[in-house]
Every structure is written in structure tokens, then in C-alpha cells.
Design a protein. Structure first.
Length: 353
């Protein structure tokens, strides 16, 4: 799957084990789905999953990794991947914007993106199959990009991987069905019929539309006006979320939590967020008993590299290189159930070693 700040890849065993410990929980809502890495893991574990995110690129990822049924799309998707792979490159909006005016991909790969994306648009595929093709293209671009994982700026010298040839692959689509929504979080929170709701909200100043604007433009293919060195969409400048606001995030998340119609709520949060551990615990206490785990991980790769000015000179100092990730469970018997899941996760980790 694609590189993503705030990815829960390392936290997945704890998240799935916590869900497995909850009695009678089969229907899960992932309310802020992002890359759908968590929704994909829930689906692989046998849950009936609904994934929601308001960004178009995230919705397409959810259609691919949660909604799509591999048995229904694999044959046609494989055929289309081969067809697109044979297309000659053809420079267009993507090459001009992100390869010549910016340095996201090298031009030879940008030309291939232009040709493939135009062909996908011409085919007028049904939405889920189209999502699988768009995710295949998004992930192919991600494998040959020249970034540190964010699309806010690009490397001054081309990355080693950017010289490789862009290559489409079949995404890891799972058998079975799910659902993908593209709603505001508060609206999606009002949907009933779930045993468990998982929340991984934006928690600080980093706005995902700005961080991953290339993907948004690639899947929407609306060829928007852009600004700045990174060639961001103009609407990325205009969009504001209460979850990216220190003064407003507490009220926004409280309203979402209050509206949920579910027995259990599972929340992952980060110590770089605008809310403290105590504030989150207090907010979740309206759902019943609250328990939490703390796990420690390396920060994203950009923090490991350091801070540089436009001339490539190292400036300033990174404040810290590791983060604490918190996993909260709210609902009946939360302390015992989360402790039980932590014991299982620990056993899995020891076995893996």
C-alpha cells in the first residue's frame, strides 16, 4: 500500500486483536479510513466492514480495499492492467504539473501516468472496477516518486527509485464484499447497525488533502488550478477541518463520539495530537468503561532525515524521533477485553521473533 503519514501499519495487530476480543462484534465502521489499511485488515480478519472518508483518493482506496470483491474484479482488472501497461507515454496535465513544474515523478513516468489516466477516463468503467485501476495507478506512482512520503515538497535530487519504470500491479483486493462511503465524519457517524466503530481522526495541523493532493488530482482528474512549489490544488488551500484546529478539535470529536450508534468504540491517537490522553479518556467515558494501551514507534521518515532549507542546508533540530501511539477502547468490560487482546498481541510478537 501507499506511503502515508499516520499509517497504522505497525498498530494493526493490536487493533485487530482488540476487535477480536469483543463479544459479538462482526460489523465494523472505519470512520476516517485514509488508506483503508485498517479496513483491509478488518476485512481480512472476517469482519463486515464499512469504510468512510471525505477525500476522493481515500474513497477510491476504500472502494478497492474494502468494497471490491476480488472474485468479481480480478479477471477484468488483470486484463486492463496489461492493456494500460502497453500504452506509450503521452505528456499532458500530469507531466506538465507534477514532473516539469514540480518534481514528484520523472517526466518519463509522468507521461505514462497521463496516458494511462486518460485511457481509464475513456473506458467509463463501473465505479468499483475503476477504483481498482486508479489504486493500481496511484500505487505505481508511489513506488517511483521522489518524495519523503509527503506531497508538500519534493527532493532536490531525484530519488533512486524515481529512475525505475512505472509498473502497474494488481492491488491486494480481498474476496468478499464491503461498503465504502464518502461522507462528512459527523454524517457517517449517524449511520447505525455497527457493533464496533474505529476512529483514527486527523489530530494536528497536518491536512491530508494538502499532504496527498497529487493523489486527489489523479483520481478526480479534474486538472485543477494549482499553487506553490508543490503544485497543490487550490481547494487544498481553501479546505479547513475542525480536526486540524487546536481550538475546535475537542468539540468536533465529541460530537462524532456522541452520535455513534454502536456498542464499542476503538480509537487510535498520537502524542503529537491536539488532545491529551486525559481529554480523550474523558470524551470516551460517555460510551462506558474506557481502557487504553500505549505503544512506542519511530516517527515518519521526514523526521528521521531532519529539517532543510530550500538550498539543501540542514537547519533547526527535530524535537523527537519516536512517538507514542495510544489505543483506547470504550464499552462494556473494556479493561479486561483490552488487556486480553494485549496478551494475545504480545504472544504473537514473541512467536514472530
Amino acid at each position: 500500500m501507499i506511503k502515508y503519514i499516520g499509517s497504522k501499519r505497525l498498530l494493526l495487530p493490536n487493533i485487530v486483536c482488540a476487535a477480536n476480543a469483543l463479544p459479538g462484534s462482526r460489523r465494523v465502521l472505519d470512520l476516517f479510513s485514509g488508506t483503508s489499511r485498517v479496513g483491509h485488515a478488518f476485512k481480512a480478519a472476517g469482519y463486515q466492514v464499512t469504510a468512510n472518508d471525505h477525500n476522493s483518493y481515500a474513497h477510491r482506496l476504500a472502494q478497492c480495499y474494502v468494497q471490491a470483491d476480488r472474485t468479481r474484479v480480478e479477471a477484468q482488472a488483470t486484463k486492463l492492467i496489461a492493456e494500460l501497461g502497453r500504452l506509450p507515454g503521452r505528456a499532458g496535465y500530469f507531466t506538465e504539473t507534477f514532473c516539469l513544474r514540480a518534481r514528484y515523478l520523472q517526466p518519463h513516468n509522468g507521461e505514462r501516468v497521463d496516458a494511462m489516466r486518460e485511457r481509464i477516463a475513456e473506458l467509463s468503467l463501473e465505479p468499483v472496477l475503476e477504483a481498482v485501476m486508479l489504486v493500481s495507478l496511484m500505487e505505481a506512482a508511489d513506488r517511483v516518486d521522489s518524495t519523503c512520503g509527503l506531497q508538500m515538497a519534493y527532493l532536490k535530487k531525484w530519488s533512486a527509485r524515481s529512475h525505475n519504470q512505472l509498473e502497474l500491479r494488481m492491488p491486494d483486493v480481498l474476496p468478499g464484499s464491503g461498503a465504502a462511503l464518502q461522507l462528512d465524519a459527523l454524517e457517517a457517524a449517524g449511520r447505525g447497525g455497527f457493533d464496533l466503530v474505529y476512529l483514527d481522526p486527523p489530530y494536528n495541523q497536518h491536512r491530508y488533502l494538502g499532504n496527498y493532493h497529487v493523489w486527489e488530482s489523479l483520481v478526480r482528474w479534474d486538472k485543477p488550478e494549482v499553487y506553490g512549489l508543490a503544485m497543490k490544488r487550490v481547494d487544498a488551500k481553501e479546505y479547513k477541518s475542525d480536526f486540524n484546529s487546536r481550538p475546535r478539535i475537542k468539540e468536533a470529536l465529541s460530537r462524532v463520539i456522541a452520535r455513534l450508534d454502536t456498542r464499542y468504540v476503538l480509537v487510535s491517537f498520537n502524542n503529537e495530537g491536539y488532545l491529551s490522553h486525559a481529554e480523550l479518556e474523558q470524551m470516551l467515558s460517555t460510551r462506558g468503561e474506557v481502557a487504553s494501551l500505549e505503544l512506542n514507534y519511530k516517527r515518519y521518515v521526514g523526521a528521521q532525515i531532519g529539517i532543510y532549507n530550500p538550498q539543501g542546508e540542514k537547519v533547526g533540530r527535530v524535537s523527537h524521533l519516536r512517538n507514542s501511539e495510544y489505543l483506547f477502547l470504550a464499552g462494556p468490560d473494556a479493561h479486561r477485553l483490552l488487556a486480553q487482546s494485549a496478551d494475545v498481541t504480545g504472544a504473537i510478537s514473541e512467536s514472530a521473533e
